[in-house]
Design a protein around this ligand. Structure first.
Ligand code: PEP
Ligand code: MN
Length: 366
């Protein structure tokens, strides 16, 4: 997939790329005041404001609409900040391009719908405006990739992804649970794709923003989007998660930014030596696992010959207790060990089931 490198973006998309601004443009004064305060921090590379707000229920504030585009673009110009806003259909794209917005983003509620994403991609054909694609509301990596592909296939190659967490009905301290493995998998699937993180919509509160932002930086994500508002408690949308520009500044200052590249030869050598040890251990672990599987086969054959059941409850209980205890004394995390044992046990039962039912494999569902 052809993704342009960030050097080709029409403004400095330095790492970390920091985007900030209000959840929604509310009034011309509010947009200008936020841009002014944010530009004074010197930490913002892209100024955001939602113009059309996709809301769960009607009759909540649904954005000021097209009139706000001028406020956004004018405020950006006045304070030397390129601008970005959310588009959800072809008409939004047309109006945002006409107003001179520099970067567009596709929101989580739009990424879920291939029809909407295709409509946006078609409206963008022939332009080379950068687009940020937020993850879909549901944890579906293929849907996220699909949205990116629809843009790239239409010649939009200045594309970034943005991780904003995933909706879940399970109890959680997050508004949208991060499930970091999904952006990590995206990174592996599309290696050149810069991925940003949106701690504001992951957290849904202020007190967890810094730790989520730090985690995103520790994982080597390309940048952050944080919502800020001159008077967050009075914001017309997402009041609980927005911070003042001053607190945004503090948050960014508090981050420890680690390098993804190794700084010196000494650091590189040390890392290399530690990684070689891991490689050797993994090699040994795999050999032991292969031996363990071989023994499972032998036990399966033996049980078959002697007409014994696969599951021998006492033996399984004994394995669970003894391995859990040994793991504890070796400082192996309990949760990891529980998962490992359950996984291994399931696999053993499956292998032995196949042995006992040789010739009837196609009737087995495990
Ligand atoms: C937003 O950025 O204001 C927004 C609506 O985000 P999301 O699409 O991630 O919910
Ligand atoms: Mn918001």
């Amino acid at each position: 997939m052809k993704i342009s490198s960030v050097e080709e973006w029409p403004f400095k998309a330095n790492k970390p790329l920091i985007i900030s601004g209000p959840c929604s443009a509310e009034t011309e004064e509010q947009v200008h005041a936020t841009a002014s305060a944010l530009s004074q921090t010197g930490k913002v590379q892209l100024f955001r404001a939602g113009i059309w707000k996709p809301r769960t229920r009607p009759n909540s504030f649904e954005g000021v609409g097209a009139v706000g585009l001028k406020w956004l673009v004018d405020a950006g110009k006045a304070h030397h900040l390129p601008t970005t806003t959310e588009v959800a259909n072809a008409q939004h794209v047309e109006l945002a391009l006409k107003a001179g917005v520099d970067v567009l983003w596709i929101g989580a509620r739009t990424t879920v719908n291939p029809f909407s994403v295709q409509e946006i991609a078609d409206a963008l054909k022939g332009t080379d405006i950068p687009v940020i694609v937020k993850n879909p509301i549901n944890p579906d990596l293929q849907l996220w990739i699909g949205a990116i592909e629809r843009l790239v296939l239409n010649g939009i190659t200045k594309v970034m992804a943005m991780h904003r967490g995933f909706s879940s009905n399970l109890p959680s301290p997050y508004r949208n649970i991060p499930m970091w493995e999904i952006p990590i998998a995206l990174k592996a699937e599309i290696p050149g794709l810069p991925i940003l993180c949106d701690p504001s919509h992951i957290c849904g509160n202020r007190h967890m923003l810094a730790s989520v932002a730090q985690k995103a930086m520790d994982l080597g994500l390309h940048g952050l989007m944080l919502e800020s508002h001159p008077t967050p408690d009075e914001a017309w949308s997402d009041a609980k998660q927005q911070v003042t520009p001053a607190n945004f500044d503090k948050l960014i200052k508090s981050l420890h930014l680690r390098s993804t590249e190794t700084a010196s030869q000494e650091v590189a050598d040390r890392l290399h030596s530690l990684r070689s040890k891991i490689d050797a251990i993994d090699d040994g672990l795999l050999r032991l696992l292969a031996q363990r599987f071989d023994l499972i086969d032998q036990i399966g054959e033996y049980k078959k010959e002697n007409d014994l059941t696969i599951l021998q409850l006492e033996r399984w209980k004994e394995i669970l207790t003894s391995r859990t205890e040994s793991a504890k004394s070796l400082n192996i995390p309990e949760e990891f060990m529980a998962k490992y044992l359950e996984f291994m046990h399931k696999e053993s039962i499956k292998v032995q089931g196949k042995i006992m039912n040789k010739g009837k494999e196609d009737q087995l569902i495990w």
